[in-house]
Design a binder for this molecule. Sequence first.
Ligand SMILES: C[S@@+](CC[C@H](N)C(=O)[O-])C[C@H]1O[C@@H](n2cnc3c(N)ncnc32)[C@H](O)[C@@H]1O
Length: 218
Amino acid sequence: MSDLDRNIVERAYARWAPIYDAVCGPVMVQGRRAAAQAARAVGGRILEVGVGTGLSFDDYDASTEITGIDLCEPMLAKARTKIASGRYPYVKDVLLMDAHAMSFADATFDCVVAQFVITLVADPEQVLSQCRRVVKPGGKIVLVNHLYSERGAAAAIERWAAKRTRNLGLRPEFPFARLVSWAQADRGARLIERRKIAPFGVYTLVCFERIGEGALAA
Ligand SMILES: C[S@@+](CC[C@H](N)C(=O)[O-])C[C@H]1O[C@@H](n2cnc3c(N)ncnc32)[C@H](O)[C@@H]1O
């Protein structure tokens, strides 16, 4: 049993949905843009895991084809309203789907992006393995999140907030080391980038590359 299960997360984001764009739009914009920029550099078919209300749609262009998934219907309803405006012809679809069990075929996407998602799913390692499965060999998995500060006052606050924010669907004490351990255990992806996002360095962008079958056998 995880500290954050599917029901807690689904209920939390159903409550967030009406106010999400106003509250989380401006404060997370730099992280969102950095992740979308990294995904655009790959181009082609891009999967947005935990697409939410579709705040990232503005950060893509016609060089990409975006598919989004999310497990929270009220968040997706907001994304569908944005699609219906006609401003995002490069957004192919948004689907109600749990990232722990994606129904896409192996190697469907050129890039998988998860913006402010991996730290709050029930089983981050399982979701990462699903991301690796659905991305093509040589493709990228781009994550952006606030990660655990590890030391100092910020780390103490995050530890204090940990249990108190579970019902909001948050896990503020999620360490970078957990992502590294996943890649080492999975062996199907390698870490290629870790960088703090300017101007404040609150968010970290982490990028993995899927290793091809040939490289794994070697
Ligand atoms: C903090 S919001 C981020 C939304 C969007 N990526 C953004 O940057 O604004 C997290 C989103 O992940 C979704 N989510 C959480 N767990 C999920 C899962 N297992 N499968 C799919 N989506 C999930 C939530 O419903 C929510 O919409």
